[in-house]
Every structure is written in C-alpha cells, then in structure tokens.
Design a protein around this ligand. Sequence first.
Ligand code: HEM
Length: 534
Amino acid sequence: MLGTLVAGLLSLEGALLVALVALLYYYAVVRRMRYFAERGVPYLPPVPLLGNGADFITRKRHITDVLGEMCHRFAGHRFFGYFDFLSPIYVVRDLDLVKQICIKDFDHFINHRIDLDENHDPLFGRALFAMRDTRWRNMRTVLSPAFTGSKMRLMFGLITSYCEGAIRTIRSEMGADGSAELEMKELFRRFGNDIVATCAFGIEINSFKDRTNPFFTLGKELTNLEGVQGLKFLAFSSFPRLMKALRLRLFSAKMTSFFRHVVMDTIAQREQRGIVRHDMINLLMEARKQELRFDENDNIETSSGGSQKRTMDWTDDDLTAQCTVFFFGGYDTVSTLSAFMAHELAVNPDVQERLRNEIDTVRKSIGGSSNLTYETLQSMRYLDMVANETLRKWTPAPFLDRTCTKPYVLEDYNGHKVQLQKGDGLWIPAASIMRDPQLFPDPDRFWPERFGPESPVPVDTSALIAFGIGPRNCIGSRFALMEAKAVFFFLLSNFFLEKGPQTQHPIKLKKSSLGPSAEKGSWIKFRLRDAVQA
Ligand code: HEM
C-alpha cells in the first residue's frame, strides 16, 4: 500500500502534483505571510494557515489575551499587523487614530467585515449589524428613533413589571437558610430572554418558571458563541467571501422560521384587534408606515428637497431580522455585562454596599421599587459608574471591526505611511484599549470611583468604547444599560451577593468562547436581605 503511494508520487504525474501543491502553498500561505513585511508594518510571525490567533483557535488562550499581549508588544506603534488565519488585518491600538477612522473618516470605513447573502441568511443578513453601505444608512435612519430616551421610557414599565415577577420566583427558590448559590450567566440569560421577548417580540414569558420554553432554548442556540455555532461565527467573520460563495447559513432554517412566525403572527393579531403595546414590534409597525424622502441614489433625506416621498419597502424578513437583533445584539452581551457585574459586586463588598445604599435611598424616596421610573434610574450616579466600570474591565465585545470601503492612508507615529485599499480589514482592540494603564490607571482594579468627581485622575470617557464608536456604534446601548441597571436595582433591593464555595476568583476566561465568560461558570451566593435582617 505504502509502496504504491511512494511509486505514485515518484511518477511524473506525482511530481507535478507535488509541485502544484507546493506552488499553491507558496502563493496562498508563504507570500501572504510577507504581506506586512512588504508594507513596513510591524507584526509577529504567524503560525502558517492559523495566523496570529493560533492560540485562540487551538483554545490555549482567550482572544482578549492574544490581542492584549500584541498591543503590549507594539506599544510604540499606532497600528500593527495581525493575520486572522490567512487574512491580513490592521489592528489600530492608538485611540486618536481609532477616533479618526471611526468618526472623522467614517465614510471610508462604513461596513463590518461580515458579508452575508441577505436572501440566503435573512435573519442575520438583513439585521442592521450585517447591512452594508446605503442599505445600512437607510435602515439605521429608520431604526434610530426607536432607540431614543423617550422610547426607552415607554418600554421601561414592561421591564419593571417583569423584574418584580422574576424576583418573586428567585426568592421562592432560596434554601431554608435564605440563600442559594446560582450561576450568573444562566440567571441573566433568563432575565435577558424574557425581557427581549416582552420588549422586542411582545410576548410574556417567565423562563424562571417555564425553563425550557422554545424562546429560551432557540435564543440560547442563536447566540451561542461556543462549540459548532462559535466556530461558524468565527468562519463567517474570518472568511466572509468564502462562506458567501459556499452559500452556507449562519442560522438554521428552523430558527429563521420560528422567529419569522412569532413576529408575523404578533403583527397580524395586533392589526386585527387594534392592539397597541409599547414595544419594538409596535415601533417597527410605525416605522413601516412612515413616509420618507429618498434622493436619486435611494438615500433617505433628512431635509425636504425636490425628492421622492414614499414608504420604505419592508419584507417580513426585514421586520423579523430587526426584532431578532435584540437577541443577537442584546441577549448575550447584556447577560455577560450582568454576570461580571454580579461577580465584581460579590468580591468587592465595599462597592456593593455603596451601591445598595444608593438603591435603598432612591427606593425610600419613591415609595417602593414598583414606582421606579426611567428618569429615576437614569439619575443614579453610582449605578452608572458601576455599570461603566464593568463594561470597561469585562467588555462583552473584545474587539470591533471595520472594512475599508475607499482607499485610505494610515500614518504611524514616525510618519511611516501605509496605503489601505478597498476590502482591507481593520480591528480595534477595545478590551486592550480599555485596559491601557495610560488611559485607565491601575486597569485590573475594579474601581467605579475612577468615573466619579472624586477621582484623583480624570478619566477620558471617550476611551470607554464597549458600545463601539462613531456612527456605527451600538444602537441598543440605552436599552442595554436600562435593562442591566433595572435588574440590579431589583436584585440588590432583595439580596446580598456573596462569594460562595464555587466562586472562581480571580476569574479565568473560558478559552473556547468568543465573548468573555468565566472558565468555571460565574457562581455567586444570593442571600435574602430580609432573612438576614429578621
Ligand atoms: C452590554 C450590552 C451591549 C454591548 C456591550 C454591545 C456592544 C456592541 C458593539 C461593540 C457593537 C459594534 C459597534 C461598533 O462597531 O462600533 C454593537 C453594535 C450593535 N448592537 Fe450592541 N451591544 C450591547 C447591547 C445591545 C442591545 C441590547 C441591542 C438591541 C437592540 C444591540 C444592538 C446592536 C446593533 C443592532 C448593532 C449594530 C449597529 C449598526 O451596525 O449600526 N446591542 N453593539
């Protein structure tokens, strides 16, 4: 058998085949790997085929640690080269250059790298995050009014009434001594799932009672950044063109059809019965009716010129995709923020006490949690500082990405210029920037006071880029903060959060996950406040 193979390879055809493979390898890999050297951009020699993320791909280190170490190595540079498998990426680590790219010169960097066929993968391909160019601009203009403070105020009642019910269920699950150790990611996934269901899809669910409802199980599958789904995300972000050419789908037909039916059935019922409920479906139904002005390039105009007035064409999939984006954009990210916030509060009892005092003072002044309003929540300074510090230290999105859409010149500190072309990829290492000691002194310390007036070193809040930066930043940031803050208002009104036997501290990040999550789960002991006080 082996002899036949060797004889085959020694034949002329075999030799030609070996030469062809070697040539292909040379062009596809060896020449590629010289990309940054040819442009005078600093980089670390990549692992062939796997690139600089080899340790992340082989699950030896979390991506945050891989990028963090490289940012440290290239501290004297505004940007450096990184191979995402075989794709060269410019990693921009200098905050001023980040601002220039994402804000001032945004028209050169409008899109993310992901490129999906919106008909083949309608759930994500038609969602705002994946949209490109004019389609993105138009959809962002139409959706933005749905995320203003006044719209959040309308949705707030849905969140508080849900929280009251959920807290009752959690209270009932405490042991005889009034305490229980709970896994935070799972707990906040249930909160997040039900809040998205009520605010985005108009459906009331209690995942603490009905633990296997399809919304929860499919939502978890949809946002899972581990295992096969995690690898799929990685492949779609690293090889967008290949995935498109192979016509692979990010989300299964079953998932797409489930969410499409939920949205379409709800809209049909509301139209038939004239129901108005202050949620996302209602806002999208309003947006669909809205008359807009389009210019000759099909851009929505904000001023009235001699342009055409018509409504935007919305398909069922467009509507479903914008609701599903709550799941995709908001469910895993908010539960990550909340899980790390619970951990930090448990291991920093002084911070927890200060926050609880603020919450108790507010609760007394408004006559009980059920009177909590959006304005009152917004006025809570320390709660805001704790949320910001958690986002800084444990940002759910470790890096942002952009694609160059028009030729652009990057310039290093020493004046060395690099010409970018359409299609070149960029990463912004948000987690490393927010742990840069120049921007945030003592970055590993959880210290919400750094954002307060008493801080000895004023913090540049524009360096807080957990929600991204520029016109392509997170559209749901207000919603995310409203949700997380409301949930903690209710939790700390009822429970003390403490370290338990299963709490891992300091946290080690799970290496197999794209987003940050604790290696051994995030276990925290909840203890009823009234059980202690009784
Ligand atoms: C703690 C929670 C959240 C974090 C940390 C977060 C973070 C981010 C980041 C980093 C981006 C990319 C920004 C950029 O590239 O500059 C983004 C985009 C986006 N997020 Fe969030 N997000 C959160 C919650 C939410 C929620 C609740 C929604 C619900 C609607 C949402 C919807 C979106 C959408 C639609 C985009 C794409 C915006 C566009 O392309 O125009 N996110 N988010």
